[in-house]
Design a protein around this ligand. Structure first.
Ligand SMILES: [Zn+2]
Length: 358
């Protein structure tokens, strides 16, 4: 039951907050500098923080056009799992692959459109649960990530995702609701396996800290000192699914802060400068947007991907389209509630090109 002791729960919408600090510093990897727990002497110490309630402030939204893909489908959706690992990864940036505008892309394959493989998509209300793993005491960092997800379904960017549908022509619609935000302070140390990612979700569910919902995406978000199996080597983030004892299939995504481990591979374009002068977190939100796309239009890795096995966000990976310069000279392409973001485009299955929305 060590888990309950170490878990910090932020039901950010309405509830008060319980914090238990942990000094669980074992398993740290010494090859790179790591951030020490800021309160190593605090054990089982409860603090109260004031958390702003979730408010959905207006953002600049232009047209909302509804599209129906030109597909004729008749039978019921069927779930088939693709690949041995069943991970939909966001690959690292490849400096050898540049788009015409000079921006960096990894997989941007305009030669082929994306194909539908009869699997299910996430349509209708989609809940988002954030599990901050590690040191997430910086509220500005949480704010960058949460503001995007609190407003994403009203952005032009989201319209491209709404062009994807399932076998019975049911499109992805949203709404997207960030309903739970909690913090886990190193219950599995600072070096995680992929199984640990699932364990972290399971533990929150088993203790009724998070609800078990098939229409949700569980994000495990690790701080920059936390290492993960394959992170910064095979991927910047990934999405996948697992089965609960109740047989419910849950969709989850892991994204790490790459600032100290591979900023050049996972940053949002430039590894030295980013819209909020936080290369790690600004990079994370781009990867999280990538994984949001693919969790929704390919949740079981059986729906939308191309002949090379690339999911829709892979086809526009690190491709940001038209960008502007922030005051610090960083590129950005989106403003949500006064926060600047540089978020990759998504593949538009109708026009067969990367699309930022309009
Ligand atoms: Zn991907």
């Amino acid at each position: 039951m060590y888990f309950s002791k170490n878990l910090l729960i932020l039901f950010a919408a309405t509830f008060s907050l319980f914090i238990a600090f942990s000094s669980n510093d074992h398993n740290r990897v010494s090859a790179h500098p790591v951030t020490k727990n800021p309160n190593p002497n605090h054990h089982n110490h409860h603090h109260k923080h004031n958390i702003k309630p979730h408010t959905r402030l207006p953002i600049n939204v232009k047209s909302t056009t509804s599209f129906k893909p030109k597909t004729t489908k008749s039978s019921k959706p069927k779930i088939v799992t693709r690949g041995a690992t069943a991970l939909g990864i966001a690959p690292l940036y490849n400096p050898n692959n540049k788009a015409a505008n000079g921006h960096q892309v990894f997989f941007n394959n305009p030669a082929t459109n994306i194909d539908y493989h009869q699997g299910e998509v996430m349509s209708g209300l989609t809940n988002i649960h954030f599990i901050y793993y590690g040191d997430w005491n910086n509220q500005d960092e949480r704010n960058i990530l949460q503001t995007f997800f609190e407003n994403v379904d009203g952005t032009p960017w989201f319209q491209t995702l709404q062009k994807y549908s399932n076998l019975v022509n049911k499109n992805i619609t949203g709404p997207i609701k960030l309903t739970h935000v909690l913090t886990n302070e190193y219950t599995h140390g600072s070096s995680l396996t992929k199984q640990n990612h699932i364990d972290i979700v399971n533990e929150a569910l088993d203790q009724n800290i998070l609800p078990e919902e098939s229409n949700a995406i569980y994000f495990i978000l690790s701080s920059k000192d936390v290492r993960s199996e394959g992170f910064c080597k095979d991927y910047c983030g990934y999405h996948s699914h697992f089965t609960r004892p109740s047989n419910t299939q849950l969709i989850y995504s892991y994204v790490g802060n790459a600032e100290e481990q591979c900023a050049s591979g996972c940053a949002t374009g430039n590894p030295n400068i980013s819209p909020n002068s936080n290369v790690g977190v600004d990079g994370m939100i781009n990867i999280m947007a990538h994984e949001l796309i693919e969790s929704m239009n390919d949740p079981f890795l059986s729906a939308w991907y191309d002949s090379n096995g690339q999911e829709s966000a892979d086809k526009c990976n690190f491709n940001f389209g038209k960008t502007a310069k922030a005051e610090n000279n960083a590129d950005y392409n989106m403003i949500v509630n006064d926060i600047k973001y540089n978020i990759q485009m998504n593949w538009n299955p109708i026009t067969a090109e990367c699309d930022i929305g309009s």
